[in-house]
Ligand binder design. Structure first.
Ligand SMILES: [Zn+2]
Length: 348
């Protein structure tokens, strides 16, 4: 690719990355990632950075593709973090490549866009997701990959299952990948797939902020600022889904295992104390049925974005759906994954 075309493409990718990154229905916090392949080099979003900042900040890391692919083919453990394949001379900020770099590397197309689209996730958390998706994606060459830990295990699964021409991948309990050979084609494809997967959103009454303020007075909690966060508390079916377990990895990584739901009989401080995690930390969010969501005062922007995401996903799951939760063993695997601890350490 001539250098000027490459510059145009990387600029176009930065624009597309910002657009999807600024849309909470496609990307939450540092989730999602995009990449561009140029000969033997792949520019991939850096771990822990936000796609929303892709135009204003340099957040793409150059990775040597042949070296990484060879490591993948030999099951070389260095493929997991991919840091040994970064072209450090072109990485002055010392950024670390996305935890999903290997997923991008196993795909042949020049442009890969991975989003945590809430409409996709609302389908991809259901036990019959593949059948539901088959109806909506009949016009696409697409692949279904059941849940497996993101990063290396996921890239191995995709690599084993992919067939020539696949341009859309739906990741069980996780999200969506679209691929194309130009940014413009990837953007158009992403738009068409999102339209095809769009789910009706259940309507809910507004949050009861007065109740939330009353309950949280003298506690370390405050009503969530983003009003969309509260919807989960205002719809019984959505509340039941959230109470049942963990739906997708970033919930576990940013908010911890499961959701804390208050009952009427106890003070918020008592609810928080009795729901500490294994590290003796208070829950970051507490759902108060028929009132809204309280966030711990220390919650950062990433944690707040994921608290809202729970509402956005659950309100799109049709009533009566059978949910496929991430298993306790899979939750444990996510909570003890070094690459994720790094990403979280950068969280804003
Ligand atoms: Zn992902």
């Amino acid at each position: 690719m001539p250098e000027s075309n490459h510059t145009n493409e990387i600029n176009a990718l930065r624009e597309l990355s910002r657009t999807v990154g600024e849309d909470p229905l496609q990307v939450q916090a540092a989730g999602g990632n995009t990449s561009l392949k140029q000969d033997d080099r792949m520019w991939i979003k850096a771990s822990g950075t936000w796609l929303a900042n892709a135009v204003d900040t340099d957040l793409f890391v150059p990775v040597q593709l042949s070296g990484l692919r060879e490591a993948l083919s030999k099951s070389d453990p260095r493929a997991e973090k991919s840091v040994d394949f970064v072209e450090q001379a072109l990485n002055p900020a010392g950024l670390r490549p996305s935890i999903e770099t290997t997923v991008h590397a196993v795909l042949p197309q020049k442009i890969v866009v991975h989003v945590h689209c809430v409409d996709t996730i609302a389908l991809a958390v259901q036990k019959n997701a593949k059948a539901l998706l088959a109806k909506s994606l009949a016009d696409f060459n697409w692949l279904w990959v059941p849940y497996i830990r993101p990063g290396l295990p996921l890239s191995k699964c995709i690599s084993a299952a992919i067939t020539p021409g696949v341009e859309v991948i739906v990741l069980g309990n996780h999200g969506l990948v679209v691929t194309a050979d130009t940014v413009a084609l990837a953007q158009a494809l992403l738009h068409r797939v999102r339209e095809a997967l769009k789910q009706p959103v259940k309507s809910t009454p507004p949050a009861n902020l007065e109740t939330l303020h009353r309950l949280s007075a003298d506690s370390q909690y405050l009503p969530a600022n983003d009003l969309a966060t509260h919807a989960i508390a205002m719809d019984n079916a959505s509340l039941t889904i959230a109470a049942g377990g963990n739906l997708y990895p970033d919930h576990v990584i940013f908010l911890g295992d499961g959701s804390t739901i208050a009952d009427d009989s106890n003070s918020i401080t008592l609810v928080a104390e009795t729901n500490k995690n294994e590290n003796n930390e208070l829950p970051l969010s507490i759902i108060v049925p028929n009132a809204g969501v309280l966030m711990h005062a220390s919650a950062n922007d990433s944690q707040r974005a994921l608290a809202r995401c729970l509402s956005d996903v659950c309100l799109r799951v049709a009533d009566g759906s059978n949910i496929n939760y991430i298993s306790p063993a899979q939750v444990h695997e996510l909570l003890h994954w070094e690459a994720e601890s790094y990403r979280q350490s950068l969280a804003l």
